[in-house]
Write a protein of this length. Structure first.
Length: 118
């Protein structure tokens, strides 16, 4: 996974397990579930009550930039009525090395959870 820090200061705690990113022991995002045929961006934000949320909030904590799906053409072993081979388009599994995690500085009054899996 590519990590990009947008500005200086304290960033959100996160842990990665396979294709899931857990932010501050509060929100988990299974990145593979959100991969589409086009680039998809998931925003992890902090709301007015200093709670983490996905979607827009008052402050950005992180952005997850998920690349578009890649496909392989797989021979089905069958032919059509004109003897042409029939292929299926099969999606490749998400490669987390292609995902970019953008981290933003946390607001001064945000209190991160201590301990846990970090």
């Amino acid at each position: 996974m590519n990590i990009e820090e947008k500005n200086e200061g304290q960033k959100i705690n996160y842990a990665v397990n396979k294709s899931t990113i857990v932010f501050d022991e509060t929100i988990s995002v299974n990145v593979a579930r959100y991969q589409k045929d086009f680039e998809n961006v998931i925003d992890v934000c902090i709301d007015n009550n200093m709670q983490l949320t996905t979607g827009l909030g008052k402050w950005y904590a992180a952005n997850i930039i998920i690349p578009p799906r890649k496909y392989n053409m797989v021979d089905t072993g069958t032919k059509d009525d004109k003897e042409n081979e029939i292929y299926d388009r099969v999606a490749e599994p998400l490669n987390m090395d292609d995902v970019t995690l953008v981290l933003w500085t946390l607001p001064v009054n945000y209190t991160a959870l201590a301990g846990g899996a970090f």
